[in-house]
Design a binder for this molecule. Sequence first.
Ligand SMILES: [Fe+2]
Ligand SMILES: [Fe+2]
Length: 223
Amino acid sequence: QGVARAGEALNGLLAEARAGQPIRMGAVEAGLGPILTAVREGGLARWLDTVWTHDDATYQHCLLVAGHAAQFSLHLGFRHEDQFRFVRAALIHDVGKARIPLEILNKPGRLTPDEMSVMRTHAAIGHEILVAGGERDPITLLAARHHHEMLDGSGYPDGLAEGQIGDIVRLLTICDIYAALTERRPYKPPMPMADAMAILSAMDGKLEARLVQSFGESLKAAG
Ligand SMILES: [Fe+2]
Ligand SMILES: [Fe+2]
């Protein structure tokens, strides 16, 4: 039920963004409580099992990242208000994908370099959509624009490094990469948790090792 309510909020947001209409954040807010409740009471594994059955790539991805963000914020003992802000940012971090052609978003397998450069515009576009919609929360705005930045400066769109990337964005980037690695698509076998964690751990220098470790502990705690 949490998935259904959060999914409705997300679908509305993506449809508005796709149509170039103003986004309504009120509907998104209503989806946050159900995500946190579902993960806290039903467990992360159940959340993931439900979300993995959805075949729309963007929809599945955003709900996976939101579920991981919920679990991570519960594990880290965030205050109630901060849990909501983190899950909110996670749910809409890829809103810019609403403007990326579906044949790129849903393409099975690797993107060509040209397709990749189109795909990469989603971070700046997402930020623009939120600004145009009157979004004020700095965490949500920074999350949309900077979730593909890496600590060594190799990320996009701004090539930020170290101290320029805030803690919440660092946490979100970890949830985002893990969710992308472990997504379920009809054309490929699912990646086991341990393999995905090994990839994250090997990204030392790009991701904060201490936070990757704590994310791994959060997953283990979820069972
Ligand atoms: Fe993204
Ligand atoms: Fe993402």
